[in-house]
Ligand binder design. Structure first.
Ligand SMILES: [Zn+2]
Length: 71
C-alpha cells in the first residue's frame, strides 16, 4: 500500500488544539470507496489527533480517485 501525499495536507503552521504542539505529517489509514489507503496528514505526535484538511473532509480526494481509476 502506497502512501498518498495531498497538496492540501501541509503540517506547517498547524498546532494541536489539545496539546499546543506542532503537527507533523504522518501516514493515516483511510477507507474510501471500499478501499484502504494510507494518506499523509498533519497529526499530533503527542495525542494522535489528525487534522483533516477541508478539501479532504469534503470528499475531494482527487489523488485517491486517480489511484482507483488506474486499477
Ligand atoms: Zn495533541
Amino acid at each position: 500500500m502506497s502512501t498518498i501525499r495531498v497538496p492540501e495536507a501541509d503540517a506547517a503552521g498547524w498546532r494541536c488544539a489539545c496539546c499546543d504542539c506542532d503537527l507533523v505529517l504522518a501516514p493515516v489509514e483511510l477507507e474510501y470507496m471500499g478501499s484502504h489507503f494510507s494518506v499523509e496528514l498533519p497529526a499530533c505526535p503527542q495525542c494522535g489527533a489528525v487534522l483533516v484538511p477541508e478539501p479532504l473532509a469534503l470528499g475531494k480526494m482527487a489523488e485517491v480517485e486517480k489511484l482507483l481509476e488506474d486499477k
